[in-house]
Write a protein that binds this ligand. Structure first.
Ligand code: TYD
Ligand code: MG
Length: 440
C-alpha cells in the first residue's frame, strides 16, 4: 500500500513542502503555506446558463452612470485623485512607516468632517494619541469619530453603530480578523481585512481609505494582491531628512495616474504646497559658478530644480565622485562624455553634484543641466542669471529633445527663466552657447 503523505503548498508562489512551515521557503511570506490535499478534492467549476435577462449585452446598449468626484477641500489631494473621492471607492494609501500617512489622513478626515460624518479607526494608536495629534494639528471637529480597535469584528461593529459617511482604517497590517488563524500583518490576514472593508465600501456606497505600510524595497508588507482589491492606490513618499512629501497615484480606476500632490510636514501638521516652483532653487541673488536650473517633470507637473556642482583638485589616488539627488551612474557617464567630447580635464578632480532641496531627479532631461553645472564649476565661470538647461545627452555627445519639451520651456518662461543653448544638437555647441567657451 502506498504511503499516504500530505503535501503543503504556498498559496502565493506555489512552493511545496512535505511538512507544514510558518514561512514559505521560496517567497519568504509568513502564513501562506496550507495543506494542499484539501484543494484536490474541491469540485470543479462547471458552466451554468445565465438567468433570463442577464445575458451579455453590447457595450453601446448599457447605460453608464456618471462618476461623481466629491472634492475634499484639499486641492493637492483632489488633484491626485482626479477631482475628489468617488462614493464607494476603496482607496489605499501606502508609504514607509513614519512618512506621515496618519497625519495626512487625519487632516483630510477633519477637513471632510465639516460636512460629513467620518469614522477614523486606529489599530496602531490609542484614541488619546490620535486626539492629541488632532489637537496639535488643529483638526478637532464634532463630526470626526475615533475608535481605537485592533479587531476587525469590533471595527465593523463601530461602523454599524456610528453609521459613518466615510471610513478610515489605520492600518491594514495592524488590524486582525478573529476568524483567520494567522498573525496580524500576514498576507492572509491583510487580504481578509482589506476584502471585508472593500466589500463594505461597495455595499454601503461609502468611501473607505486604508493605510498600508510598505517595506524598504517599496512593496506593501503583505501580498501585492491588495493592490488589485482596491480602486485607487496612492503612494506617499519623500526623503525623511526633508519635510517635503509627494503624493502619487499608482493606480486609479476613476482618473489619471500622472498627477502628483506636494505637501510639507511642519511642526503643527501637514500643509499642502499648491505651487512648488520655488522649493528647489537657491535664491541668493548672486551669480555663482557651478549651478544650473533644469525643468523636471513630476507626474504632469513641471518643477524647476537647481543642480549644483563643485569641481576641485583631488588629493586622493581615486578622485571622489559624490552625488546627492541625482543618479551616480548617470553622473559618471556625463563626466566621461565631457572628458571625451570636449576634452575637459576631470580625471584628477573630485566632483560633487547635488540637487537643491533634497528632491531626486533621475530623468535624462536633467543631463544637460548637470553637464552645464560641472562645466561651469570646472571653469569657475557662472552661467547667465536664471539659466535653464533642458536636454538629454547621448554618449555620442548629441543633445536630444526630451518628452514634454514645449511644456517645460513654457513653464521656464512663465517663471522668468532663460532657456540656454536651446536648439543646439551637440554638447560642445551647448556649452559654448551658454557662454563657457570652447577651451577647457
Ligand atoms: P505619522 O503620520 O505618524 O507617520 P505614519 O502614519 O506614516 O507612520 O508621522 C510620523 C512623523 O511625522 C513623525 O516622525 C513626526 C512627524 N510629524 C510632523 O512633522 N508634524 C506633525 O504635525 C506630526 C503629527 C508628525
Ligand atoms: Mg501611522
Amino acid at each position: 500500500m502506498a504511503k499516504v503523505t500530505s503535501q503543503f503548498k504556498c498559496t502565493e508562489c506555489g512552493w511545496q513542502s512535505a511538512k507544514w512551515v510558518g514561512r514559505c521557503g521560496e517567497c519568504q511570506q509568513w502564513g501562506t503555506v496550507i495543506e494542499s490535499g484539501a484543494e484536490a478534492v474541491r469540485p470543479k467549476t462547471t458552466a451554468q446558463t445565465p438567468i433570463a435577462g442577464s445575458a451579455a449585452r453590447p457595450i453601446s446598449s448599457i447605460d453608464s452612470e456618471p462618476m461623481t468626484h466629491e472634492p475634499t477641500g484639499i486641492g493637492e489631494f483632489d488633484r491626485v485623485l482626479g477631482g475628489g473621492i468617488v462614493p464607494g471607492a476603496a482607496i489605499l494609501l501606502s508609504g514607509e512607516p513614519g512618512i506621515g500617512k496618519s497625519t495626512l489622513l487625519l487632516d483630510i478626515a477633519a477637513k471632510i468632517s465639516r460636512g460629513k460624518r467620518i469614522l477614523y479607526i486606529s489599530a496602531e494608536e490609542s484614541e488619546g494619541q490620535v486626539a492629541l495629534r488632532a489637537k496639535r494639528t488643529g483638526n478637532v471637529t464634532d463630526n470626526l469619530f475615533l475608535a481605537s480597535v485592533a479587531d476587525l469584528a469590533v471595527a465593523l461593529g463601530h461602523i454599524d453603530q456610528s453609521e459613518p459617511e466615510m471610513v478610515i482604517l489605520d492600518s491594514v497590517q495592524a488590524i486582525t480578523s478573529p476568524i483567520i488563524d494567522a498573525a496580524s500583518g500576514s498576507p492572509t490576514q491583510v487580504r481578509e481585512v482589506a476584502g471585508t472593508i472593500v466589500n463594505l465600501a461597495k455595499t454601503r456606497g461609502i468611501p473607505v481609505l486604508l493605510i498600508g505600510h510598505v517595506t524598504k524595497d517599496g512593496n506593501l508588507a503583505g501580498p501585492r494582491t491588495l493592490e488589485h482589491m482596491v480602486d485607487v492606490v496612492l503612494s506617499f513618499d519623500g526623503d525623511r531628512g526633508t519635510s517635503l512629501r509627494f503624493l502619487r497615484s499608482v493606480k486609479n480606476r476613476f482618473g489619471p495616474t500622472d498627477e502628483i500632490g506636494c505637501f510639507e510636514m511642519t511642526g503643527d501638521g501637514i500643509r499642502e504646497i499648491p505651487d512648488p516652483s520655488g522649493l528647489f532653487l537657491t535664491r541668493t541673488g548672486e551669480n555663482v559658478s557651478g549651478t544650473c536650473i533644469t525643468m523636471t517633470l513630476e507626474g504632469r507637473r513641471v518643477i524647476p530644480v537647481e543642480i549644483q556642482a563643485l569641481v576641485s583638485i583631488s588629493h586622493t589616488p581615486q578622485p571622489r565622485r559624490v552625488v546627492s539627488g541625482v543618479d551616480t551612474a548617470r553622473v559618471a557617464m556625463l563626466v566621461a562624455i565631457l572628458e571625451r567630447r570636449l576634452g575637459m580635464r576631470l580625471a584628477e578632480r573630485d566632483i560633487y553634484v547635488s540637487t537643491v532641496g533634497g528632491i531626486r531627479v533621475t530623468e535624462p532631461a536633467a543631463d544637460l543641466a548637470i553637464c552645464m553645472a560641472i562645466a561651469s564649476a570646472s571653469k569657475d565661470k557662472a552661467l547667465p542669471a536664471e539659466a535653464v538647461a533642458i536636454g538629454e545627452v547621448a554618449l555620442s555627445g548629441e543633445v536630444r529633445v526630451v518628452p514634454a519639451a514645449e511644456r517645460r520651456k513654457a513653464e521656464a518662461t512663465r517663471l522668468g527663466f532663460k532657456v540656454i543653448a536651446d536648439g543646439t544638437t551637440r554638447i560642445s555647441e551647448a556649452i559654448e552657447a551658454a557662454g563657457l567657451g570652447n577651451k577647457f
